[in-house]
Structures are given as C-alpha cells and as structure tokens.
Design a protein. Structure first.
Length: 228
C-alpha cells in the first residue's frame, strides 16, 4: 500500500484563490517521487497540505494506510514526515552533531549514544559529514546533507525536499541525488520538488506534474497499481 496517498485534494484560500483543484498523488514506501510545476502551479500549497501547515479544503490524506488530518506540522513530523526547505533552519553557531539532534528528543540520548547514532546515520547517507564542524562553515550542499541527517534522526519515513538544489552547483546536486537514491534503497521515501522536469527525470521516473492546481501528468502510478 502507499505510504502517502492524497485523494482529490482541493485548497481554496480565504481570498478565493483555488491553489489546488483536485490533486491525487501516491508515494510508495522507499520510493523517490518527483513533483514538478511552474511558479504558481500549487507545489508549495501541496507540500503545506502534506506537512500539516494548511488543512485541505476538501479531499483526503492517507498516511501508512490510515486517513489523517494533521492538527499541526508537529503532528505530521511525529508521524514520520520531514520537510526540508530551500532555506534550511540550521543553527550556524552549533556543530553538525548538535544540529542533527536538535529536533525533539535528541538531547535525551547520552552523548556517546548520539555519536554512535550519528555515525550510523552518516553511514546510511553515504556522504562523509563531520560531526564537530560548525554548520556556519559548511557549503550549501553540505547543509543539505545535514538537513537530511536531521530528518533521519527524527525517524522520517518520508522526506519532502522543497527545491533543495535550486542554489547548488551541478557537482553538489549529483551528491544530493546520490544520497537520496541510496537512502531510498534503504527504505526512506522522498518527495522531491522542482521547477524542472529534466532535473526530476535525472533522479526518478515517478513524477507528478502540476499546472494551475491540477495534475496534468502522473507517471509511476501505473507501476504502483501493478504492485498492489
Ligand atoms: P491560511 O488561512 O490557510 O493560513 P491565509 O490566506 O491566511 O491562509 O494566508 C497565509 C499567509 O499567506 C498570510 O501571511 C498571507 O499574507 C500569505 N498570502 C496571501 N496571499 C498569498 C499569495 N497569493 N501567495 C503567497 N502567499 C500569500
Ligand atoms: P508554487 O509553489 O507552485 O509556486 P503556490 O502553491 O505557492 O505555487 O501557489 C499556488 C497559487 O496559490 C498561487 O496563485 C498563489 O498566489 C496562491 N497562494 C499561495 N498561498 C496563498 C495564500 N496563503 N493565500 C492566498 N493565495 C495563496
């Protein structure tokens, strides 16, 4: 069954803007799913509905087989849904290790336990991130990796990446793609948002294209249907 399923989701803002007009989307466990659309297509609104920032106006959201309506973003996070925005809210004056465990519960672990878990997470990521470097000294690409580690440390089953590579070099983008593929192979699902279909197709064949709040292309659902 899908990890996340949206069915006929609409979102109409109080000012009358119909940002989503019947969006259905399925993300399989451990898959990499792309979400593409031009400015104003509804990508941010859709992410906000998925992450519990906005309730949908109509339609349903199913997470791990159960219909959910998130009370707030914290509820979605605790259920295993992480969102990484282009502007990553890391604390520049803290180390990588401190940032990774900053989110809920991290400081309940012993220092030794945290180091061991950090080493495990870096191993899963497959990209060498040093624990004791200050985040303020890292490149944008490395900060993306730290944000991914943070999501893994929080127990994310689905990581929503909101145009993460918009300010990355080509080389850094490759590294982020490699990490996403590798983690997906280990069972973590990704929903990867981009303006560019070409970029998404470099990463995955499972793509939903939004235009004016509607799905105009949905590749990959057919494969999911065959499996289920
Ligand atoms: P909600 O009731 O779902 O929180 P609101 O209409 O109250 O949505 O808007 C939330 C925020 O988005 C407000 O700060 C608002 O100013 C801002 N906003 C309003 N219109 C737009 C728009 N067209 N594009 C982006 N943001 C907007
Ligand atoms: P994208 O992320 O694809 O650029 P958005 O989801 O931000 O698209 O916006 C979709 C439409 O909804 C746009 O017309 C935008 O102006 C409008 N919109 C987004 N947020 C709000 C809001 N809070 N209030 C009113 N309109 C909004």
């Amino acid at each position: 069954e899908p990890l996340l399923e949206l069915t006929d989701v609409t979102k109409t803002f109080p000012n009358g803007t119909r940002a989503l007009r019947g969006v259905s989307l399925r993300v399989a466990p451990g898959s990499v799913h792309g979400l593409v659309g031009a400015n104003g297509a509804g990508k941010s609104t859709l992410i906000k509905v998925i992450a519990g920032v906005h309730p949908p106006t109509t339609g349903s959201l199913t997470w791990q087989g159960a219909r959910r309506s998130w009370r707030d973003p914290g509820a979605a996070r605790r259920a295993g849904l992480a969102t990484i925005h282009q502007h990553i809210p890391l604390v520049e004056t803290l180390s990588v290790l401190e940032n990774v465990f900053l989110d809920r519960g991290g400081f309940r672990r012993t220092p030794v336990g945290r180091r061991e878990e950090f080493a495990d997470l870096v191993e899963r990521l497959g990209y060498p991130v040093e624990a004791d470097v200050l985040v303020g000294d890292l490149s944008i690409g490395a900060r993306q990796m730290v944000a991914i580690l943070q999501a893994l440390a929080a127990g994310a089953e689905l990581v929503v990446m909101d145009e993460p590579t918009a300010s990355l070099s080509e080389g850094e983008r490759r590294l982020v793609f490699d990490a996403v593929r590798r983690l997906s192979g280990q069972g973590t699902a990704f929903l990867y948002i981009s303006h560019f279909l070409d970029e998404i197709l470099d990463l995955t064949g499972q793509v939903t294209v939004l235009r004016d709040g509607r799905v105009v292309l949905d590749r990959g659902t057919a494969e999911l249907d065959e499996e289920t």
